[in-house]
Design a protein around this ligand. Structure first.
Ligand SMILES: Nc1ncnc2c1ncn2[C@@H]1O[C@H](COP(=O)(O)OP(=O)(O)OP(=O)(O)O)[C@@H](O)[C@H]1O
Ligand SMILES: O=P(O)(O)OC[C@H]1O[C@H](OP(=O)(O)OP(=O)(O)O)[C@H](O)[C@@H]1O
Length: 207
């Protein structure tokens, strides 16, 4: 195991906010963070190794211990239920999970279909509502599904609401608020408790 604390960072929209937060917490991160294609960036002066992964994969790296800690969306943690400790709500990348569809439509009585990138979240939500639905897993552009007749409803992320609006869809129910969380591998937390507690403390002072 490396002496550096390895942190799995989500590429994409959370990345910029997460880097900003770390800098606010006093970590000196080199300019290569802001414009790089590198997937592993060591910052030995801070005792840190960053690995840059797809947002959906952060908790996988942390669960397997190849990253000690990570920053992951609550949506991903709800969907995947990984064996990681969620130590801090970083309160960045705010959005929420919602059920949406075409306006003024009812779900099909027979085998209603729900398209989503979050099959487990959607399944659990409709089960709780006592509705049996067929889940159709998509990987993006979820809003297409009801428009072209692939599904009756979608379960997806809403932030500004612009994507729903511009595609003529409306929100039916709000499922869960989502922000990014600081997650930790349980074994790393035992072995590198001092480094991890220090990071949690510094981050919690700036969230
Ligand atoms: N519109 C949004 N506004 C704010 N936060 C969002 C939004 N969409 C997603 N998020 C949050 O950001 C995380 C990463 O979303 P992003 O769209 O960058 O990932 P992705 O769709 O998995 O990546 P990619 O588009 O590269 O496949 C999500 O897990 C969620 O927590
Ligand atoms: O309410 P808004 O501010 O419009 O944001 C919501 C949109 O953002 C996300 O999509 P993303 O941009 O990640 O694209 P994707 O379709 O590839 O998932 C999400 O899946 C919605 O489509």
């Amino acid at each position: 195991m490396s002496n550096l604390l390895t942190i799995a960072m989500p590429k994409g929209r959370i990345f910029i906010e997460a880097v900003e937060l770390l800098r606010k917490a006093g970590y000196k991160l080199p300019p290569e963070f802001d414009d790089s294609r590198k997937l592993i960036i060591d910052v030995p002066e801070e005792g840190l190794r960053f690995i840059l992964s797809k947002p959906m994969d952060v908790a996988t790296y942390v669960e397997h211990g190849v990253a000690d800690v990570g920053i992951a969306g609550k949506d991903v943690l709800l969907e995947e239920e990984r064996d990681v400790y969620e130590l801090l709500d970083l309160k960045i990348s705010y959005c929420y999970l919602a059920v949406a569809g075409l306006p003024d439509t009812k779900m099909n009585d027979v085998a209603p279909r729900v398209a989503t990138k979050y099959p487990n979240v959607a399944e659990a939500y409709f089960r709780e509502q006592g509705e049996q639905v067929e889940i159709i897993k998509l990987n993006g552009s979820i809003e297409l599904a009801p428009i072209i007749g692939l599904s009756d409803r979608i379960v997806d992320i809403v932030s500004t609401g612009r994507t729903l609006k511009e595609n003529g869809l409306v929100e039916y129910e709000r499922i869960k608020d989502v922000t990014s969380r600081f997650v930790v591998n349980p074994v790393s937390y035992r072995i590198k408790d001092r480094q991890i507690d220090d990071m949690v403390k510094r981050l919690s002072e700036v969230v």
